[in-house]
Every structure is written in C-alpha cells, then in structure tokens.
Design a protein around this ligand. Structure first.
Ligand SMILES: [Cu+2]
Length: 288
C-alpha cells in the first residue's frame, strides 16, 4: 500500500476513534455548566436547546457519512489510479449522469438540512405565548435585568461576577454572580436583549439562548426552563478587557418560590434604585 493511502487510512481511523470517544462520554457532556474535559454540549434544559441538539445530531450523521464516503473514494482513487497501476490515464472529460448526480444529491442533502434548520430558526425567534418578560442589558462588564410585567414591577438589578477571592466553597470560579436571574420553571420567559456601550452577547448554553446585546437595538428571544436548577452562561462576544468576567446565571425555581422571591426582590432592590440622573429630570421638566 502506498504511503498516501496509508496516511488516509490512518486519518480516517483516528477520526472514527475520536467520534466513538466523543459518543462514549455522555457523563462528561451532561451538566448545566462547563466541566473539565467536557465533550459535546451541555445538557438541554429548554425546548429550544432540545431542537438544537436534534439538529446537531442530524448534521453529525450527515457530515460523518460524507466524510467517510469522500475518504473511501480518495483511498480508492489513490490506489486504483496510481501511475504504476494505471500507466495510460483515461482522457474522459465529461459524464452527464455523474455531473447531474453530483449536483442533485448535494442539493437534496441541503434541503434535508434546511427544513429542520429553518423550523428551529423560527421556533427560537418568538415565544408561542409569554408568561414573563425580562429585559437583559449588557454593560462593560456586567449584566442588568429588568422585569417588565406589572406583577414584578420595580424588580430591576445589576448582576456582577463574584471575584475569585470572595467565592464560598462549592461556588464556581468566573461563573458565579451576586444577583441571579430568577425565573419560574415551566413558564415561557421572553427576553429583550440590548446593550449600553459595546456589543455583548447573552449566552445560556443549556437553555439554547444566544443573542447579541447591541446598543440602540433590542433583540427578542425566549426560553422555558424544563426543570429547577441553576444554569450558567457567559458573555460570548468579545467586549473589552473584562469580557471574561461577565457571566450570567439563571436560577429556575417552582412558581410559588418565584413569587416569594419577587416580593423579596421588590424590597431588596427598591433601596438601591438609582434616582433619575439630573439630565433626565431637566428633560422631563422641559417636556411638562
Ligand atoms: Cu460582554
């Protein structure tokens, strides 16, 4: 066997080993936070993330099949048409059937990918119904949350990372925040995402949420957390020197617990409410 053929076979074998290794480590891939040596995605905790995983799995099957097919084809060509085995190369330059096939088959594959892809795109875009709306604002370098509904009127607060030297035992470095975004389990939460200074990105991997936080613009998305728990995310748009230090945490709790938290939060955050800046007051007076 020629060196090239052996290299191709070796590469193919290494690819298969990696693939099997990735599939055989579900324990590492399933967590609502990043884990050491984790492969694959964080476990889905929302319907959108469930669909994302389905699409990912479909694509993985397709790309694996294509890769193996191309690899085998190349190994065959390298062996069968090497100069020593095939001293007089064919002069054929067109084959209508082959050309139609290698155009139509990729088109069909793309259609098979496009259907679930567009379905997911529209599904994650808007919540079917909304139980709760939260405005998420990216700042250099922290997040702030503002509950928009009357039931949680006045609940708005900043959420900043807990520095490493202030972590309590068991808390996660670079992921824990002082004020978590608390939401009720099983309710559709609409997110309105925006920014104040530069572009950030609100990213909650296990909830299937990733939206740019752009100054002067509000993007909408939604999630519904399937089970109680704490979910970790990080800003994933390079936004300045402390980009790595603006995590986001969602805590999903049963509805009664959520309502109790809202009552607490109204008191807790009311004291810290910044008063309107002088410029705003002047503008308001001028408008009266
Ligand atoms: Cu950021």
């Amino acid at each position: 066997m020629s060196l090239a053929a052996r290299s191709f076979l070796g590469l193919g074998f290494a690819f298969l080993v990696l693939l099997v290794a990735a599939c055989a480590m579900p324990g590492l891939a399933h967590a609502a936070e990043p884990v050491n040596w984790g492969l694959g995605m964080q476990e889905a905790a929302s319907p959108v993330k469930g669909y994302i995983e389905e699409l990912h799995d479909l694509l993985l099957y397709i790309i694996t099949a294509i890769t193996i097919f191309v690899l085998l084809l190349m190994v065959y060509v390298v062996r069968r048409f090497a100069a020593d085995r095939n001293p007089n190369p064919s002069q054929t330059s067109h084959n209508t059937l082959l050309e139609v096939a290698w155009t139509v088959i990729p088109v069909l594959i793309l259609v098979v990918i496009a259907i679930p892809s567009f379905r997911l795109l529209y599904f994650q875009d808007r919540a079917p119904t909304t139980d709760l709306t939260v405005k998420v604002t990216g700042h250099q370098w922290y997040w702030s949350y503002e509950y928009q509904d009357n039931a949680q009127a006045g609940v708005r607060f900043e959420s900043r990372m807990i520095p490493t030297d202030e972590l309590r035992p068991g808390q996660r470095r670079l992921l824990e925040v002082d004020n978590e975004l608390v939401v009720p389990v099983g309710k559709n939460v609409r997110l309105l995402v925006t920014g104040t200074d530069v572009i950030h990105s609100y990213f909650m991997p296990s909830l299937g949420v990733q939206k740019y936080a752009i100054p002067g613009r509000t993007l909408e998305t939604w999630f519904r957390v399937d089970r109680p728990g704490v979910y970790y995310g990080q800003c994933n748009q390079i936004c300045g020197t402390q980009h790595a230090y603006m995590p986001s945490v969602v805590r999903a709790v049963p509805e009664a617990e959520f309502n109790a938290w809202v009552e607490d939060a109204k008191r807790k955050f009311a004291e810290r409410q910044p008063s309107a800046s002088p410029g705003v007051v002047v503008a308001m007076r001028a408008a009266e």
